[in-house]
Write a protein that binds this ligand. Structure first.
Ligand SMILES: [Zn+2]
Length: 307
């Protein structure tokens, strides 16, 4: 028989991804130690209702495994819950858009839930459990995701700032290139359409006629054997400098953590750092620590639990 016990020091989080749904339970009374982790496929192609039933299935699996009930669950979601309409928006798993997901999850699970954008959860987890631990004085931490898309999240004094419209930290959809490629958000030339992995690969293909993965483009840049690879990585560094300098000029964070596949490129922390200096409103000087994340794949689900 299933336990009906809840443990108030156990924090439940779910990372709702496009391909997998992952649940983690952390122990607040034991330095946020992981009690349980489990993942199942999202099967998003089967539609919104199926995603909800996959979530219920996963929660039941975890209840069975640790023999306790959640008191509440935090969710890291693609996109955000619009604070005005209480429906989802900006999700790249598009079947979630327009759905009253907060209400549907509370109904399906029978407990309170909290929803936050996955980039916000990444920022929160890295601020409290990851890279932020090396910078204990950092009051304002900005988490950047540069991968297949570009997003971000702002954490101030350990709390996510989701903002008036729920779009706090969404620097990936600022227009950075006049006349640039059109974006799913309805605009063109967004940061995401310039420096996300697919955008860089597309740019390389456009100028060279060849199709290469970003990893190979980077290798050719480093070996200095391919002028098109050089142009592509130059483009990344230059627009990275402009994009991040905008963040610093507006928020001046104490720490920036850069996650995602593109964020893993070492050059961003050397030559990329120099490019930021070109555009910053501080006599070309910066001392902002810009670092890689520590939690890897786990940041989303841990951040969800910390909500
Ligand atoms: Zn956009």
């Amino acid at each position: 028989m299933k336990s009906s016990i809840t443990n108030p020091t156990h924090l439940w989080g779910i990372d709702l991804g496009g391909t997998k749904i992952e649940c983690a339970v952390l122990d607040k009374s034991n330095d946020l130690a992981v009690i349980c982790r489990k993942r199942i496929p999202t099967e998003a192609d089967k539609g919104y209702q199926h995603i909800i039933s996959q979530i219920v299935k996963l929660v039941n699996l975890v209840i069975e495994e640790i023999d306790e009930q959640p008191a509440q669950i935090g969710f890291a979601t693609p996109g955000v819950l619009d604070p005005a309409t209480l429906t989802m928006k900006n999700c790249n798993t598009v079947c979630m858009n327009g759905q009253p997901m907060h209400e549907d999850l509370e109904k399906a699970l029978g407990i309170p839930v909290k929803l936050a954008n996955d980039a916000n959860c990444f920022a929160l987890a890295e601020a409290l459990m990851g890279a932020g631990k090396n910078f204990p004085k950092a009051e304002l931490v900005f988490g950047v995701i540069m991968g297949t898309g570009v997003g971000g999240g702002l954490v101030v004094h350990g709390k996510v700032i989701s903002g008036h419209h729920g779009i706090g930290g969404e620097w990936g959809h600022n227009i950075i290139e006049e006349g640039g490629d059109s974006c799913y958000c309805g605009k063109a030339g967004c940061v995401e359409k310039v420096i996300a992995g697919p955008a860089l690969e597309k740019y390389y293909q456009k100028i060279s006629g060849d199709s290469l993965k970003l990893k190979e483009i980077l290798e050719r840049y480093l070996a200095n054997t391919d002028e098109f690879a050089t142009a592509t990585i130059e483009r990344l560094l230059e627009y990275y400098g402009r994009g991040i300098s905008t963040l610093i000029n507006v928020l001046d964070p104490d720490l920036i953590v850069i996650g995602g596949g593109v964020g893993n490129i070492d050059l961003l922390y050397t030559e990329g750092y120099e490019r930021i200096k070109k555009y910053i409103f501080n006599n070309k000087k910066i001392s902002t620590p810009i670092v890689k994340p520590i939690l890897g794949d786990s940041a989303g689900v841990f951040g969800a639990a910390l909500l």
